[in-house]
Design a protein around this ligand. Structure first.
Ligand SMILES: [Zn+2]
Length: 384
């Protein structure tokens, strides 16, 4: 089942596919928390189905059934990889499960030239299911110019019956030569109401899991239950306050917000906000409580929280209703609007810089910024 907000894009794809005007390359652009990877899988399944109907895949033919194993002989995924992963051929593989869950690594992953070079020969092999071939390129924004050049010819001289789907967070990071030859599907932001409904639905409150058809159902369910129980964020029921905070900290992308809720990061972030408010209100000279709460967040979340906070204060100054600003609203931090806009814009710039180049700046930078701000906030606030 495709997420409800992805359904319109999928239907549009089916119309194009049926009309025979389907381009051989498609780019799906948008925050990964919007679920573009699921859309890509569904499109590949419909494309390769041996018995396509009105609503896409038949779910019964050999090709469709192989999607339940997340393996199809006519579909390969090009992943960004570490050197180790590439050595094990995990950079270009039939295994689609990495689009749903991928083990994290501390090493940097990139989309390699060697990986791209494997694509043309796969496309030229004859199709096992007799319909066609599909390649999904994940994290296409991580493609270097060299890697892009390695598949340029494939784009320029498309093979009949093949489709290449590229996934990217933003179109701007792709080369113009590639952009110009593909159909672009840009995933738009989701209505807040629809996103909240998704997050509050208990059936969705579980980590992404891969169902294995070759594993006993009972064993699988037990495994699922264990995974659900091990989510720290599920010890506290997910209510609309939590869901709103998580969405605000996830650029309104529901799947990222769900991850945040499962980890309980929204609770930690709100704790920081409440400690911040009490620290400023009580003129706490040492800010112990707020700094302790802040240090409990990982680095990326620290930056996200500070950035969202600045954004909300600026919006509040611009008369956006406080109910639409979850961090401020749920921690009663309206008085922060007395901070100077100049301070806020400066802070916003610094934080954008930190977010774009996390590797360049030390892990303690967000904490240092937070301390600086607390001092500046207090100075600002005592001014008449
Ligand atoms: Zn089928």
């Amino acid at each position: 089942m495709l997420y409800s907000w992805l359904q319109p894009y999928f239907e549009q794809f089916l119309v194009t596919l049926k009309s025979g005007r389907m381009s051989s390359s498609v780019i799906i652009a948008g925050d990964y928390g919007l679920g573009g990877r699921y859309l890509a899988l569904e499109m590949a399944k419909a494309y390769l189905c041996q018995n396509k109907g009105e609503h896409g895949a038949c779910n019964q033919c050999r090709s469709c059934l192989s999607f339940e194993r997340l393996m199809n002989k006519d579909l390969k995924v090009a992943y960004s990889s570490t050197t180790e992963e590439a050595k094990k051929d995990y950079d270009f593989t039939y295994d689609c499960s990495g689009l749903i869950v991928r083990p994290s690594t501390t090493q940097a992953r990139s989309l390699r030239i060697d990986t791209m070079r494997k694509i043309p020969s796969f496309i030229f092999e004859s199709a096992a299911g007799g319909v066609g071939k599909v390649v999904i390129i994940d994290n296409a924004e991580k493609m270097s110019a060299g890697a892009a050049n390695a598949i340029l010819k494939t784009f320029e001289e498309p093979q009949v019956g093949t489709m290449i789907i590229m996934l990217t967070q933003s179109l701007e990071q792709l080369l113009p030569t590639i952009l110009s030859r593909a159909i672009k599907i840009v995933l738009k932001d989701i209505e807040p109401g629809e996103a909240l409904e998704f997050l509050l639905n208990k059936a969705n409150q579980k980590p992404p899991m891969i169902r294995r058809v070759d594993v006993d159902t009972a064993v699988q369910l037990e495994q699922e239950q264990k995974e659900i129980e091990s989510c720290p964020g599920l010890q506290t029921p997910i209510d609309s306050v939590r869901a709103q905070v998580a969405l605000a900290l996830s650029s309104s992308a529901p799947l990222s917000a769900m991850q945040m809720l499962l980890a309980g990061d929204d609770i930690k972030a709100l704790q920081v906000m409440r400690a911040l408010v009490s620290s400023i209100e009580n003129r706490d000279p040492f800010d112990v409580e707020v700094m302790t709460a802040f240090k409990a967040l990982d680095n990326a979340l620290q930056v996200k929280l500070l950035r969202q906070l600045v954004l909300e204060i600026l919006k509040y100054k611009a008369y956006v209703p406080v109910e639409q600003l979850p961090l401020i609203f749920h921690s009663h931090a309206q008085f922060l609007e007395r901070l100077s806009a100049e301070h806020l814009f400066e802070a916003y710039d610094t934080l954008s810089h930190l977010e774009e180049r996390p590797g360049l700046i030390g892990a303690r930078a967000p904490g240092a910024i937070m301390r600086c701000w607390l001092q500046a906030f207090k100075a600002d606030l005592v001014k008449p």
